[in-house]
Each structure stands twice: as structure tokens, then as C-alpha cells.
Design a protein around this ligand. Structure first.
Ligand SMILES: [Zn+2]
Length: 222
């Protein structure tokens, strides 16, 4: 497979890109203990979205790893996890947002957030902020206590750890380097994203909505 895209997300930023069926999306934590929120929409109908509920229902676990399929709200496979060097990710919690920082952490003033970064990055693809559902929070470490209480712990990822997903349909994907202190053990770090695939196959399927360079109009960082 060929390296098609090599993106570096600065701390507290996000981006969006088109991923074709059969391509592999590699999400790398270059420094360790950093979460990356991932969301996706069907390329051909953006009212079809990655569903936490469907995925957990069919996997019968909240701890998703190699071999698990991530489903859409229409119960179609969107991704399969093909490599996972960490083994702990979260698919229960929504992306951090301005409202979350206000309600949970009483933050005053503007705080960067995954939700805003995803909304800004997905807008050029015709996806509205209100359409963003629960994200797959890659490397996020959430313990579930016997009482049902959730405890957000530092990510288990170390420098160079990665999650690799194979796209099962053509997708628009949004990805962040998470902006929440608690999720990342108090320090904001970058995330690296690599897209692998067959360049010959790509040439046959032009990507509508992408600029000639393949880079969406929105920059990866602010
Ligand atoms: Zn976040």
C-alpha cells in the first residue's frame, strides 16, 4: 500500500478528509497520552453517520479493538479495526465542546474543543454541526465502575502507539487532537494521521468536494 496522505494535527486542532473504501486510516499518538476524536459520514449520503449505539450493540462490548466493525446508523459497516497497539478507546462520550467545558468544568471564556474543530473541518463537506454524533475517542481511557460511574483516566497510549482502521465504504472523516485537559493527562499534544491505499484505484475515483491537491479548504490547524 502507498502512503496517500501524511497529516500532522497540532495540539487542540482538527481536520477532515475523504477516505475511500479499502483505504487504511492510521491514527498515531506521537508523544503518548493524547486522545483523538474520530467521526465519519457516508461520502454519498451524509445523513448516514458512524453510530456508537449500533457498534456497541453488535460488538456486545464497549471496548473495541482489532476485528471489531464500526457500524453506521443504518447498520452498514463503515470501518474495521485492523491494528491496535493500545487496546483501550472510548465510544460512550461525545466530543468535548464549549458547552461541556462550561457545564462540567465551569470554564469561563473560550476553550478550544473537538466539537468546534470537527464542525469547522466538516462544514466544507456539507455537514452541519448538529449532525455530529458521539465520536470514537481513540486512546481515551474511561473506566466503568460497578456502580455505572465513569472515571476518565490518562490514556494508556505511549509515544508511537496507533490505531488503524480499514474503510468499508467511501467516507468523509473528521479527526482531532483532543482539547480536553482531563482526557489527555493535563497536557495537549499533536496527533499524526496517515492514509494508506492504492494510488491506482484512487485515480479512477475522483474525489468530489476535494481540492486538486486533495486538501480540503479548511486548514488542519488554526
Ligand atoms: Zn476533545
Amino acid at each position: 500500500m502507498t502512503l496517500l496522505r501524511d497529516l500532522h494535527l497540532e495540539p487542540q486542532t482538527g481536520t477532515a478528509l475523504i477516505v475511500r473504501q479499502g483505504e487504511w486510516l492510521e491514527i498515531i499518538d506521537p508523544e503518548g497520552e493524547q486522545v483523538s476524536d474520530l467521526i465519519s459520514f457516508a461520502h454519498d449520503d451524509r445523513s448516514e453517520w458512524l453510530s456508537s449505539g449500533r457498534t456497541i450493540d453488535y460488538a456486545n462490548t464497549i471496548y473495541l479493538t482489532v476485528g471489531h466493525v464500526l457500524y453506521s446508523n443504518r447498520s452498514r459497516p463503515m470501518w474495521t479495526i485492523v491494528e491496535d497497539t493500545v487496546g483501550r478507546h472510548d465510544f460512550l462520550l461525545t466530543p468535548c465542546s464549549p458547552e461541556m467545558f462550561r457545564i462540567l468544568y465551569k470554564t469561563t471564556g473560550h476553550h478550544p474543543s473537538c466539537f468546534e474543530n470537527l464542525a469547522r473541518s466538516l462544514e466544507p463537506f456539507g455537514i452541519a454541526a448538529d449532525a455530529i454524533p458521539t465520536t470514537l475517542n481513540v486512546f481515551m481511557n474511561v473506566d466503568v465502575l460497578p456502580t455505572g460511574e465513569l472515571r476518565i483516566q490518562p490514556p494508556r497510549s505511549r509515544a508511537g502507539d496507533r490505531l488503524v482502521l480499514r474503510a468499508e465504504m467511501d467516507l468523509v472523516a473528521g479527526i482531532t487532537a483532543c482539547s480536553a485537559e482531563l482526557s489527555n493527562n493535563g497536557r495537549f499534544k499533536p496527533i499524526d494521521v496517515r492514509l494508506h491505499g492504492d494510488r491506482a484505484a484512487r485515480a479512477k475515483t475522483p474525489r468530489s468536494g476535494e481540492s486538486p491537491s486533495g486538501v480540503p479548504a479548511t486548514p488542519a490547524s488554526e
